[in-house]
Design a protein around this ligand. Structure first.
Ligand code: 3PG
Length: 402
């Protein structure tokens, strides 16, 4: 492996900056964490850092979005999972955080507040620029080592991802190590046709990545679900009402261009399900009217998508196909996941929602790789070098040439 891991660096007695990704789904009404698998995944490196002073840092949500909140609840969940006390400070780079970091003893863990409260963490930098941000200059002198373990945010060139690792001895955490090893293994044996089942809510990110995925030969067919499917159906003129999403016109015109460029690659739903008077109602896409909320795929769409999945050499599925948390609307997500699990293809399932769904349907054992990442994974599969991986490779080179 090109990257250093926790086996390469002496961690005992050291003060360690551990960047994880605890960005979890949040209930917008109660602001409670709905699904905790990313917090659980973050604990793997902590086991190997039990004789260090560990400062954990993560973001949660995006500024202005409904899932943007502090990390206090994450600290409680972590405490429960590990069954040991976790210190939490409502600060990131200020004097309170610095005092808490300096006061840590071996074996103690401190969680900082949401990194995106710090303006710099919402911008992308080169590693050199990132190392000169206030965040990195103030905090890096308090640390001996940097461990990067936030694979789901490895596509972001933020100070916490490329800055500390530019100035401190750095290695990959256990999650990044496992994801990179497994994905590289899969990518060397993956066979065509490559079928991508693509949903998820970060539409602009997905649209930008999908073109590269098609161009790199990693997406021969793209079966669309969720909000992205709605965007493409709008671009095709098959639904006509506003979708109420950010930068709506821009994403629709991007989708329009993609369909024009790759007319045989994309598949969109022919039938869907909505809710009327508390009941599931299935209909042809042409029958949907303004105000209907699309909550699931219909049976004809699922059957059509299953044909592609059955014939695939590799299947990558990202994002649920509907509101599967409600049993009335789990049909699309459950059927597609069962189809993927039973196929002869090499299979990759991505993101927290689908991981939760796999667990719910008892299908985890039948999937080749379940990744914690969403957008980062789509980009990783294109073969693009992600900023975190690049930064870790450079750190490894510096260490080996000493
Ligand atoms: C994710 O959930 O994909 C990561 O946590 C990155 O979040 P972001 O897309 O808001 O940067």
């Amino acid at each position: 492996m090109k990257l250093l891991t926790l086996d390469d660096l002496e961690t005992k007695g050291k003060t360690v900056f551990l960047r994880v990704d605890m960005n979890c789904p949040i209930d917008p009404k109660t602001m409670e964490i709905i699904e905790t698998s990313r917090i659980r995944e973050s604990t793997e490196s902590l086991r190997d850092l039990r004789e260090s002073k560990v400062v954990i840092a993560s973001h949660q949500g995006r500024v202005g979005n409904k899932d943007y909140t502090g990390m206090e609840k994450h600290a409680k969940v972590l405490e429960k999972i590990l069954d040991r006390p976790i210190k939490y400070v409502q600060d990131i780079i200020g004097s309170e955080a610095q005092r808490e970091i300096k006061n840590l003893k071996d074996g103690e863990i401190l969680l900082l507040d949401n990194l995106r409260l710090c303006a710099e963490e919402n911008y992308e930098f080169t590693p050199d620029e990132a190392s000169k941000t206030i965040m990195v200059t103030r905090l890096s002198k308090l640390f001996d080592l940097c461990v990067l373990d936030s694979f789901p945010s490895s596509h972001r060139a933020h100070p916490s991802i490329v800055g500390f690792s530019h100035v401190l001895p750095s290695c990959a955490g256990r999650l990044v190590e496992r994801e990179v090893r497994k994905l590289d293994e899969i990518m060397t044996v993956a066979k065509a046709p490559h079928v991508v089942v693509l949903g998820g809510s970060k539409v602009m990110d997905r649209l930008e990545a999908i073109k590269t995925l098609i161009q790199s030969g990693r997406a021969n067919q793209v079966l669309l679900t969720g909000v992205i499917a709605n965007v493409f159906m709008r671009a095709q003129g098959r639904i006509r009402f506003p979708l109420d999403i950010k930068r709506e016109e821009e994403v629709i015109s991007k989708a329009h261009l993609l369909i024009g460029e790759y007319p045989d690659v994309f598949s969109t739903p022919v039938d869907i399900a909505i809710e009327r008077n508390g009941k599931r109602v299935e209909m042809d896409v042409r029958e949907i009217v303004t105000g209907d909320r699309i909550l699931d795929l219909g049976p004809k769409t699922v059957e059509h998508y299953m044909k592609s999945i059955r014939g695939a050499g590799t299947v990558f599925i990202s994002g649920p196909a509907g509101f599967f948390e409600n049993d009335q609307f789990k049909f699309g997500t459950e059927s597609l996941l069962r189809g993927v699990a039973d196929s002869f293809a090499t299979t990759i399932v991505s993101g927290g929602h689908l991981t939760a769904a796999l667990k719910r349907y008892g299908l985890e054992e039948k999937i080749h790789h379940i990744s914690t990442a969403g957008g980062a994974l789509v980009l990783y599969l294109t073969g693009v070098k992600l900023p975190m991986i690049q930064s870790l490779e450079e750190a490894a080179q510096r260490y080996r040439s000493k």
